[in-house]
Design a protein. Sequence first.
Length: 94
Amino acid sequence: MGAAGTTPVRGGPDGVGAVIHTSGTTGDPQPVRMRQGALAARSRIYATAIELGVGDRYCSASPFYHVAGLGMVLVALGAGAAQSLIMGVTRSEE
């Protein structure tokens, strides 16, 4: 345990890269630890699939608190691309 009951973060592929919380669709919401290696691999795969690289611009409307939003930010950063964020997107009235 670290200071004030915290757990020190360890680097490397097996270290925790992010913690997201599930929505609780099938039960109570709970934290999910995402490993650094898995996040890095996902970023490389997506960037390669869409041919994203240095000098490119990537636009994402996914919120950061969702795994898709976090993942897309990491894809752009890992590829060396600029990222444009769409802020304030709201659900339309039906």
